[in-house]
Design a protein around this ligand. Structure first.
Ligand code: LLP
Length: 417
């Protein structure tokens, strides 16, 4: 069941017409389908039904509180990378005992906040970080749960910007160093050694790189056991891809079957950090055609959303399908769909055959639920857009459109000017 579908010539999210949403909220607007969010979360969770596991949704993909709350209600935890994400998650009611904290650059105040909140574990990405966490926890008279994020040096075969598990990437600790660090961690006063972690990249469309990495970590776990270090949690990270265009990523159930097969002899509690796989195809960005122009053999469709609202095409050359909100265009044209930002990189669609949108037409950019709003900015002093969640025949604004007053919040003109 696709929760973004046409009824006649009109595009709907569940039982709500997108035209009605724009009439109420204006454009551009991100729209999320609650039914899709829950279906995707459940599919991922069900894939591991037979084994002890926790789905720690990766907040960075979409940190909107209504999204976080949806997964919390389904028993989910979160993967965070900042104090800000922890704040959002706790505010949305996430159980701190289901929080894992990744990232190469954790600040002292963030570490302290996480320890105080009682999170499950830090995914440690350097030797110095391990020392620092121990120092801070000891000072607080506490012990911090940790896993070491191991960089398995496996190629995930995805875009270079979102490849994280190769040795030359900034992420994690190499296998040899990690073994030494586990031994050191055991003797550190503020540290409770409870897990092992990996995350090799994003938008993976094959299971092999995950399994290859797990195999490398399994050898490591064996060596650690010989040293008397017995870990409870195996955090497999996130990264399972979705279909944007013609990709054919494995289903969560296929991924689950292979991961379970690779890990079952370990008898560990599995943790997963999916982001895109759950939210990517649960959200769209609706925008409006402001103007069109043609010169020589080039057609431009200027819209009211720009690279500040949906950055992925400008940053990675990503593909987002575009659908008319009302199908009343005559024919197709090859065009660039561009935003109002003063940069040539400000496009959402490049040289693609699209419906011949005309002034005032609304269009939906699909698969924008992950790394869409979350990566948006106010570049060119453009207030960030509204977000709406749909459930059945109902919809609510879950984040108001920013105003120009919001843009100058906290800003002041220096007294010496
Ligand atoms: N865990 C860690 C430690 C991560 O760094 C990430 C994503 C995830 C989990 C979730 O990965 P996912 O399941 O969503 O693939 N902005 C890029 C993607 C950046 C991914 C960063 N890390 C994009 O728009 O494609």
């Amino acid at each position: 069941m696709n929760h973004f579908h046409y009824k006649g010539d009109e595009l709907y999210s569940e039982e709500v017409s997108l035209k009605d949403i724009v009439a109420k909220t204006g454009s551009p607007v991100y729209v999320y389908s609650h039914a899709t969010l829950t279906r995707h979360f459940k599919a991922f969770d069900d894939a591991f039904a037979g084994v002890p596991h926790t789905i720690c949704y990766s907040v960075k993909a979409n940190s909107t509180q209504s999204v976080l709350k949806t997964f919390t209600n389904m028993g989910g935890g979160v993967d965070i990378v900042s104090g800000g994400e922890l704040y959002r998650a706790l505010k949305a009611g996430v159980d701190p005992k289901k929080v894992v904290y990744s990232g190469v650059g954790k600040k002292d105040d963030e570490i302290e906040y996480a320890i105080n909140s009682g999170i499950l574990m830090f995914n440690v990405e350097s030797e110095q970080e391990l020392t620092r966490i121990s120092e801070i926890a000891s000072r607080m008279g506490k012990k911090a749960g940790i896993a070491i994020r191991v960089n398995p040096d496996v190629d995930p075969q995805t875009h270079p910007y979102i490849t994280t598990g190769l040795k030359n990437a900034k992420f994690g600790i190499t296998i040899d160093t990690a073994i030494k660090e586990y031994i050191r961690a055991k003797s550190l006063p503020g540290i409770d050694v409870i897990g092992i972690d990996m995350h090799i990249g994003s938008q993976l469309t094959k299971v092999n790189p995950f399994v290859d990495s797990i195999e490398k970590l399994k050898i490591m776990i064996g060596k650690l056991r010989e040293q008397g270090i017995d870990l409870k949690y195996f955090d497999c990270g996130g990264g399972l891809g979705i279909q944007y265009n013609e990709e054919e990523p494995p289903l969560p159930s296929d991924y689950g079957r292979e991961i379970i097969a690779a890990t079952k002899e370990l008898g560990m509690h599995l943790i997963f950090e999916p982001g895109r796989n759950i939210v990517g195809n649960a959200g769209i960005l609706v925008a409006k055609c402001l103007f069109t122009k043609s010169r020589d053999d080039k057609n431009f469709i200027m819209i009211d959303a720009g690279m500040n609202d949906l950055t992925r095409p400008a940053l990675y050359g990503s593909f987002h399908a575009v659908l008319p909100v009302v199908k009343d265009q005559t024919g197709m044209i090859t065009a660039d769909i561009v935003g109002p930002i003063c940069e040539t990189g400000d496009f959402i669609v490049k040289d693609r055959e699209v419906p011949a949108f005309k002034q005032g037409d609304l269009m939906a950019f699909m698969s924008a639920g992950a790394y869409g709003f979350a990566m948006s900015s106010t570049y060119n002093s453009r207030p960030r857009v509204a977000e709406v969640m749909v459930k059945g025949g109902a919809f609510e604004v879950v984040r108001e459109r920013e105003t120009v007053e919001d843009l100058v919040k906290g800003e002041k003109v220096a007294s010496f000017i």
